[in-house]
Design a protein around this ligand. Sequence first.
Ligand SMILES: [Zn+2]
Length: 330
Amino acid sequence: MNHIEGERKVVTSPYRRCRLESQIMLARLLFQPLFFLLAAATVTLAQDVGTLNPHPLPPLAKPDDPAIPARQLFGRKTEPVPLSSRSIGKYSRGCLAGGMALPVNGPTWQVMRLSRNRNWGHPNMIKVLERLAAKVPKIGWPGLLVGDMSQPRGGPMLTGHVSHQIGLDADVWFTPMLDHELSRQEREEKMATNVVAEDWNEVNPAVWSPVHIALLKTVAEDPDVERVLVNYAIKKALCREVTTDRGWLTKIRIVYGHNYHFHIRIKCPSDNHDCTPDPPTPGHDTCAEEIAYWTHNDRYKPKPPTPGPPGHQLTLSDLPPQCRPIVSAP
Ligand SMILES: [Zn+2]
């Protein structure tokens, strides 16, 4: 598949990085356990539409310049490196060798936004998605619409995500799979379902249902799933509405956005010694402390854009040295 830079009709602006940095400082002081989630998670608040006419990116004039943002290098790679599969580094600072593509159609899944060429992952990620897709029809969810996973060689992306860099993250839409094979145009232009109300404080009762709870439970209970990242209003609803068997709530963690999709993060593969795991989940439901943290000063509400230059963009020297040959290989 040719690489293209997805056309961005709904622009998610650089303000988020600046805001994120101040939030991170605050979180460090106030609430250490949440720090890495703020730092590592996707912060996409609006949906991007894809394009049916992708344009390959022009080659870089000085690809060896050490100041070139790593996302400019990884974003130009349209194929994986044919090495044994390895997730290297952290979820938000790393790369992927031997990436595998999730087939765009399965019995109970379909991949969206094909123009982005982000349906790549470690083979374990592919296995988990296929396993979950096979399970969800039994709980009344017809199948999965899969959004962004990773680029063919992982690494930072030109648009959208902070994590998704090592082939162990996948976004799944809060829209059930439709009863037909979607056209290319539908996959690029269809919008996902927002399950959160306009005030960001609660789920939208016209959309939210027990099936959403069963879906998130099915995902969180998969033994390879490390975390499921969702919006504040969603975790709040789960904390209120799940009354028995609450152990899985420990894996459901709050991040900005994630009102149109949820984010599945799986564990480091046991034989990938270069993969850096997230801190372990605390084991309890985390409802009280997470809700309190995000409720404080209306932290859950997205802030308006503030002008300013974008923050530091990762270069190759910010990534594990093993990523250099991966992105340099033809
Ligand atoms: Zn994500």
